[in-house]
Design a protein around this ligand. Sequence first.
Ligand code: ZN
Length: 187
Amino acid sequence: MHVRLLTGGVAAACLMSLCLTGGQVASAAPHTSDAPQAARVVTYDASGSAEFRSAVDRGAAIWNESVDAVELRPVATGQRANIRVLADNGWPRALPTTLGNGTVYIGRQAVDQGYHTIRISAHELGHILGLPDRKPGPCSSLMSGSSAGTSCTNPYPNAAEKAEVEGNFGGELAGQAPAVRAGVIVD
Ligand SMILES: [Zn+2]
């Protein structure tokens, strides 16, 4: 009751503080604290990736661990995926159409030469997420691809690569979708 006897200014401050507290409680509720904006879900179909399927799943999981703005999720049976992942005997490559859409080939030619299957998978998915090649580059860069050599097994994007994907999809959520060059990106 003492509070009600204090000045209007203090009472107003209390109301403000209640409002702020209420807001904090609301924002700390489950499902909203870590993701103020919902991630865009991009589905992928790895059913055609043969012996690379687990590597493709791991590559997708690495992106999910690395960025918030987009989530790669296995497509439900009978649904059309945003990304098709296929195995073939050529060189690994990606064919982006629009941001988050396209086809990836996990080419056995590179795997047979000793390149790391999870790094290949994460790299090619990176192209579908809007990243260009960064060659030549160090092993710490995912998009340096084969230029880092067969000894490089790093499947994780670096900070700049993560930020670029966050920007691509964050900008898209804000209505500023980046232009994605459609076409074939070899390796
Ligand atoms: Zn590439």
